[in-house]
Design a protein around this ligand. Sequence first.
Ligand code: ADQ
Length: 480
Amino acid sequence: MNKTIIVSNRLPLQVIIHQNTLKIIPSVGGLATGMKSVHAEGNGIWVGWSGIPEEELSTELSEKVAKEIRKEKCVSVPLTLDDVEEYYEGFSNKALWPLFHYFMEYTGFEEHEWEAYKRVNQKFAEIVLENIDDGDTVWVHDYQLLLLPQLIKDKKPNITIGFFLHIPFPSYEIFRTFPWRKEILSGMLGADLIGFHTYDYERHFLSSVKRILRLDAHFNQISYHDRLIKVDSFPMGIDYDKFYNAALEHSSNSKEKSELYRRLHEHISEDKKLILSIDRMDYTKGIPNRIKAFEYFLHKFPEYKEKVRLVMLAVPSRSNVTQYKKLKRETDELVGRINGKFATVSWTPIWYFYRSMPFDKLIDLYISSDVALITPLRDGMNLVAKEYVATRINNDGVLILSEMAGASLEMNEALIINPNSFEDFANNLKRALTMPLKDQKSRMKFLQKRLKRYNVEKWAKEFLKSLEETNELKSNIITK
Ligand code: ADQ
């Protein structure tokens, strides 16, 4: 029986080793949820890194981990501390991530990190090839594995390969500055279907392929080495029902309310509002910018002092990378400065949490907030915006969304802003806080309808269906 092999940098699980005992916790992230049914089907497997460097595992423990992971239908790619530092923290997060998000000034190109990137992509290829049979399908995810499709195709030309990029693909003028631009594009072109969140990313990719590799592309198909490669956009959704049902449960009278819920609600009344932002602590998410814009709002509309509170949740991320350390420091300072400047005995304008929160607490935050402020400077999609909408069971609440997030293209009923304009920010925040309930509800209903229909499972299915259709393309070429 043919199977689907999912490949991503990290496996959808967490391995916890404590005094020689081993615990495997499945992760609940967006990708893991979306892939759940694909992964569960038949003898499908997931290939990726377990999160534990080889040096921290004895041979005996390493075998034990592999065995336990295998029970979850996962196969781990062994990575050393050097691999993690040079391939993940280095090339992936200091070269690819900033460049693809238009942060050219943060981008560093290091030859030894490029070598590590190639080496680790090769490691992934070897594990995939050990586990693959003729007729199988491989679905590779994200920017850490851009070379993998071609590495697999070289060895197994008849395997069907899909690739999905979760971050933006930058415009040609940005991408052309990349020293290894040809190798990256050729690596991706090993796939039979290449997917992006939006049509704009797709267009940028096609433009780079045409201009850098000088290949023919007609509409969304590229001719390459006797093959036709399809490029398309698939905007990723969320597990809508999971968020909606959790919100229903958390709002019901019979549910015992958490401490967080109670504390949040102490500050909500007819004229007192909560504004929420949730992000990974990443410079692409525009966190300092948002705090400064909030300060501008309080200056411009002083009548909102003591009436609004910004609850800002930032989840620690890539904290070994210099730019992320700087960002954390800058955020801490800005929050301190603004709270120091505006706070009164009964009011602190910003409640700032720097930690990861369990699902239940996230739901409490979502259902308690009158406005969600999602203002990245650049974001492939942004699932937080979608999660907020899914939890609004009474159809109230307003989403303010940056036009730089891929999600803005399918969420027209949100208040769409340019996050670089404080004026735009402040005016729209005021508009959100004064929006009549009727207007809130009609916007929310439209947003919810779309998200419910195009959920993450549908996203995965559509991608795989389109990937399957590339087989027809192939057989047409052969019979021509
Ligand atoms: P991310 O940059 O990680 O993903 P996003 O799409 O917003 O960004 O997803 C973050 C997820 O983490 C959400 O599901 C959210 O609930 C969760 N989360 C955030 N803060 C949290 C906290 N403090 N505690 C617990 N959970 C938290 C990348 C791209 C995005 C793209 C996704 C999916 O950068 O643009 O939308 O992949 O393709």
